[in-house]
Each structure stands twice: as C-alpha cells, then as structure tokens.
Design a protein around this ligand. Sequence first.
Ligand SMILES: Cc1cc2nc3c(=O)[nH]c(=O)nc-3n(C[C@H](O)[C@H](O)[C@H](O)COP(=O)(O)OP(=O)(O)OC[C@H]3O[C@@H](n4cnc5c(N)ncnc54)[C@H](O)[C@@H]3O)c2cc1C
Length: 436
Amino acid sequence: MTTTPPENEDIMLDIAIIGAGPAGLAAALRLHQQGFRPRIYESVTELKPLGVGIDVKVYGAKELDELGLLEEFRAISVDAKESIFYNKYGQEIYAELCGVHMGYLYEQRFVHRGYLQMLLYRTVLERLGQDAVVTGVRCLGYTQDADGVTLDVRHGDGTEGTVRADVVVAADGIKSTVRAQMHPGMSEPVYSGITMWRGTTLMEPFRDGHTILHIGAPQSSSMIVYPIADDFEGTGKTLVNWVVEATRTESVEDWNQLGAVEEIIGYYDQFELDFLDVQQMLRDAREVYLFPLIRHDPLETWVDGRVVLIGDAAHAMYPRGGNGACQAIVDGGALAEALATHDDPHEALKAFEAARIDQVNGIVMAHRGEGYEVIRRIVEDRTEGQPFEDIEQILPLAEADEIFSKYHKLVGQPRPGWESGQATGFRTWERAGETR
Ligand SMILES: Cc1cc2nc3c(=O)[nH]c(=O)nc-3n(C[C@H](O)[C@H](O)[C@H](O)COP(=O)(O)OP(=O)(O)OC[C@H]3O[C@@H](n4cnc5c(N)ncnc54)[C@H](O)[C@@H]3O)c2cc1C
C-alpha cells in the first residue's frame, strides 16, 4: 500500500480540519493520499491517549490497511476471535466468530481509543509534517463567501484570530461547534436515561484472551467485556475493557467524567461465569468513566457551502457496537475521493454526503435501538427474567442468526455465507462437544 501522495499539481485546495480525533486524523491521512496538504486545528494544547476501549470492526481494519497502518495497528491491538452472549445468570445465549475467524477478509480488533488516536496522530506528523496539526486552537464559528471560509478561533493564550481555507472539514466531535452553527435547532442533546460506566482492569486474560462477552439484560444490568492490550505496558497482564449500561437520572455529555464501581457492582450479585469473576474485575478497576447515552437526531445534511461535518460531529451515535469510531474513519476516505474527483468544492462535499449519509443515519438509528444486543432483551422477556432450561426453545439459533446477519449488513460488513443461507452462529458448549 503506497502512502506517498500522487503528484497532482491541479489539487491546490487549502483544507482546514477542525479536531484531531480519529475522524480528523484519518481524514488528513486520506486527503494526503489524494495529494492534498490539509492542516488540523485542535482545541487541546497537548494530545494525550485518553479514553478506554474501541471495538474496531472488519471494515475499520480495512480502512487502516488502506492507510498503510495495519501492521502498526496490530501491534497495539488484540485480535477478536469470538463474541459470546449471556443472560444475567451467566447462561449462554449465542456465540459468533469474529473477523477472519468468521471468514471476513479482515480482522476485527480491540484497541485502546487513545492508542489508536496516537497512532494516527504520529502518522499525520510523519507524513504531512510537524506543522500539520496545530494544537491549542479552538474553532468558535465560521463565515463564508464565494471563494472560501473564515474560521474564528481562540488560541490557548486567550487571544482570538481567524483561519482562512478553501474547504473546512469539521471533525470536532459530539459537542461540535460547527454542527451547532450549521443546524441551530438540531444540536440540543436529549438524554436517554441510560448511562455507561466505562472502565479498564489489569488482569489475567479470560478464556483465550481474544473473546468479547455480552452479559445480562439491556437497560438493567448490561455489560460488555473485552481485552484491549496484551502484556500492557510490560506488566505481563492484559488490559481488559468493560462497559456497564444502567439507568441513571443526572447526566452530562462529557467523555472525561469520573464514575465509581460501587454504583453498579450490585447488578452482578447473581452472575457467575466459571472463567471470569466479574465482581472482582469491577473492584480492581484502574479507571472508571461515566458516559451518558445522548440522543442526537440524524442530520438531513452535513454540508453548508464549503463546510462539511464528519465523524461524531456529523453522526454522533450511541457508543455501542464499535461503529462510531469506524464510521468516523470511513468518512475520510470517501471525503478525500470526492474532493479529488470534483472541481467544485461544494459539489465534492455534496457527493461525499450522498455517498455516506443514508447508510450512516441508518446506523445511528439502529444503535438507538439495541442493535444485535436485542437478543439479550428477547431472552429476558421470553423467560420473564428467569433462568432457562433449553435456549433453543427460547431463542432458536436461526432466529438469532437472522438478527445478526441483518445488523452486519446494515453496518457495511455482510456476514460471509449468509446470502447462501448458511447459519453461522453457534453455542460454545456444542462446539466443544458438550451437552446441556
Ligand atoms: C477524550 C475522549 C475520550 C473518548 N473515549 C472514548 C472511549 O473510551 N470509547 C469510545 O467508543 N469512544 C470514545 N471517544 C469518542 C470516540 O473517539 C468517537 O466516538 C469516535 O472515534 C469519532 O471520533 P471523532 O474524531 O469524530 O470525535 P472525537 O474523538 O470526539 O474527537 C473530536 C476532537 O475535536 C476536538 N475539538 C472539539 N471541539 C473543537 C473545537 N471547537 N475546535 C477545535 N477542536 C475541537 C476535540 O478535542 C477532539 O480531539 C472519546 C472521545 C474523546 C474526545
């Protein structure tokens, strides 16, 4: 995969990107591959590896491959082999393989969000130059005329100024200033009533060290657990990411709010797995953050003249299922291609929007529901919250397969073998030759 941009003297657009999150950084790399030299303006004065885990789907790994970063990404992430679903008593409901183990061309991998961001950041500086990311510059708003866009900005020292560009790419995240200006009536976030407790624990790997667990009943005690780094920082232990969803009243939309495990540990009193002590994992947490599920309605357009929204600024979605970060990265490639193949910047941005908006808005809405996690609610409802005798009588494999296959198709990674009618889910005990 070549990472040297083509010689393209026709491409003279001056592109300003707002925000150095995964969306802004990936877009910069994609634009560079097409011969552009964008510059990123980021509000924080120093980028640090913040956040916890991200589940990078096969189409996200493909993007990283096309950016020439797959090997480096592999070195900071964990291969996902198996995904297993349990009810709140630890009874297995369903399992599927992941990534190449399922037959996809690419792996699905788990990674620390901050490590992924730092990989993209380092690569932008290497390929586009040290001055390609300007930190400590907050965008306050924009005005535009027929020839370009003027950004009003505030510098870290409090002084204000302007940045002029031919095209502005707003990748300024869930609380996007640019989205608020472009869609004044649409930016009021609505709290769903559900909050995520997001944490990590340094521990021995569970199962084979490559498994994601989906536990409990949605909305009352739902938990997702997966490893994000082996031999984390030379400790010889695995850094495990966990997310608990539960109802809560008060809520602030901020990725950096601290939380406490005491608020959630009681949900797992009845829960038992022979390979993982969930309560101990929660007690041993290194860090716990709160993040509310905030509803941002899908936007009808991401484009205003020469200004375009990408990533969470365009399509903030509930951070379930790993699609927020992956869809943010996909935006960059589509945007760079549109800008490289259209002379008129506005037409290019509209072409990008046309290529992406319907699918991504569909994913935003699917995540507002439960996505494939709905199988845990179906089991909870059909068993009236009680343990079951025979899962096939409660949720037949074929029914679960259909739910999963539709979801994978929606997010842009149709399940291998589904179209030809193969059932691809399973129960792990049956695979192991056991009976229950
Ligand atoms: C600190 C932090 C921690 C996160 N942790 C997780 C996590 O653990 N798990 C998860 O799934 N997702 C997490 N996310 C969100 C995740 O990164 C996004 O959902 C996804 O990757 C899409 O990325 P994005 O680049 O669109 O947005 P973001 O990752 O939110 O990046 C937006 C960037 O824009 C900058 N910015 C914002 N406003 C302005 C402005 N006015 N001017 C200039 N710059 C601005 C921000 O500082 C940030 O660097 C986190 C985001 C942040 C900011």
